[in-house]
Design a protein around this ligand. Structure first.
Ligand SMILES: *Cc1c(COP(=O)(O)O)cnc(C)c1O
Length: 408
């Protein structure tokens, strides 16, 4: 190879052309990097990766990740956000950032399942114990908070069985006892209530809000990501340091997908809420249905607490709920009948997660999930339904057709 060829190849890498500045369009540009350049050695030496005034290395942030962090902080009503590769990673990173050996964490019995599994596995190995509290009894939580309690997890409503807890009482209790609170805010998504300002007057809120961006912010069923949002700088820095040491990064293409979906989160949330309520009301009238577990439907466990926080909790409370709920199919139907009912659904696919365009159904076994009695739940077959963006009439017709064949 001659000099001129070498020169051509090098020119591909060090070509001097720069596009004109000032490009502006609805979607922000996507920046991808492991390496980030410094203009000179002094700048490299002076750079502090913790400061968002500049860039150090892809893992510590790019314009693309900074942008999504700021927008999620805005959505949650918080001040700082850290992005992690999944919602579960938001839970585990929060725990790893806060605990030391000898600490105890309190987890609601209806928590997102892997939160308990993480406590039983990694936290137990670290010498951090956990206790499970009754989410529908604030006194049980009050009795369990002790000298070693380092964190209380909150979830409103809880996963799968959807009981909305007395969130205001739980938060007041933790405040009084001086215990840090982390809320899994995936269901509320920053839209149903304000986690850092539950009353709308700035007087009451949680310390940490974790959010599976996989669900509503992504809205596509095609991206995994999580966020940890705080209001207090010292707490944020603790989490950010741990996040850096764990080496958690998120891909720019995934961030881009969420940035693209975020502007429509409000209309998607409302549409799926309306759909879920229409379907839930229809199900409540069916003979095969023993119980509808939807916090915004009167008679469901925690309905009054949902109303207090989401309908009456200050200016941001608009009476919203996510498009996700569960039903209990009467115990006199067999497991085979229930399985056949689920198998024959057409709009509802069988699959985990929610917040995407396609409706989903998942059967659960309550006794495998709970450590404490659940007298507020009917016996029977537990099924979770998540609404996609299909018409609610099509979803009801789908459920009706399969139920007529299999559930009588
Ligand atoms: C899905 C979910 C998570 C975990 O999110 P992933 O991105 O799937 O890891 C955590 N909490 C709740 C309430 C969820 O629904």
């Amino acid at each position: 190879m001659g000099d001129s060829h070498d020169h051509d190849l090098t020119g591909l890498i060090h070509h001097p052309y720069r596009p004109p500045e000032g490009f502006d369009a609805p979607q922000p540009g996507v920046f991808k990097a492991s390496t980030v350049y410094f203009p000179h050695v002094a700048a490299l030496r002076a750079r502090d990766w913790r400061e968002k005034a500049g860039y150090t290395y892809g893992l510590h942030g790019t314009p693309t990740t900074y942008l999504l962090e700021e927008r999620i902080a805005h959505l949650e009503g918080g001040k700082q956000t850290v992005l992690v590769p999944s919602g579960l990673s938001a839970i585990s990173t929060t725990s790893l950032a806060l605990f030391q050996s000898g600490d105890e964490v309190l987890i609601p019995d209806n928590a997102y399942g892997p939160n308990k599994a993480f406590a039983q596995g990694e936290l137990a190995r670290m010498g951090v114990s956990h206790a499970v509290y009754d989410p529908v009894d604030v006194n049980d939580l009050a009795q369990r908070i002790g000298a070693r309690t380092r964190l209380v997890w909150l979830e409103a409503p809880g996963s799968v069985t959807m009981e909305f807890p007395d969130l205001l009482a739980q938060v007041r209790l933790c405040r009084e006892r001086g215990v840090t609170m982390a809320l899994d805010n995936t269901w509320g998504a920053g839209l149903a209530f304000r986690p850092f300002d539950l009353l709308g007057d700035g007087s009451l809120g949680v310390d940490i809000s974790v959010h599976a961006l996989t669900k509503y912010p992504s809205g596509g069923g095609d991206v995994l990501m999580g966020a940890i949002t705080t209001c207090e700088k010292a707490l944020h820095e603790k989490i950010k340091l741990c996040h850096m040491r764990l080496g958690l990064g998120v891909g720019a293409n995934d961030v881009e997908a969420i940035l693209r979906a975020l502007p429509s989160i409000g209309v998607r949330y409302v549409a799926q809420d309306q759909s879920a309520r229409a379907v839930a009301h229809w199900l409540a009238q069916q003979a095969f249905c023993a119980q509808v577990l939807h916090p915004a439907i009167s008679g469901a466990p925690g309905h009054a607490h949902w109303a207090t926080v989401c309908a009456n909790g200050g200016h941001a409370a608009r009476g919203l709920a996510a498009g996700l709920f569960s039903i209990i199919i009467r115990a006199d139907r067999t497991q085979e009948q229930v399985d056949a009912f689920l198998n024959d659904l057409r709009c509802f696919k069988l699959g985990y997660s929610w917040g995407g365009p396609v409706s989903l159904a998942v059967p659960y076994t309550l006794k495998d999930m709970r450590g404490r009695p659940t007298p507020h739940l009917q016996s029977g077959h537990l099924v979770r339904l998540s609404m996609g963006l299909e018409s609610p009439l099509a979803l009801i017709a789908d459920l009706a057709a399969s139920a007529q064949t299999h559930l009588g």
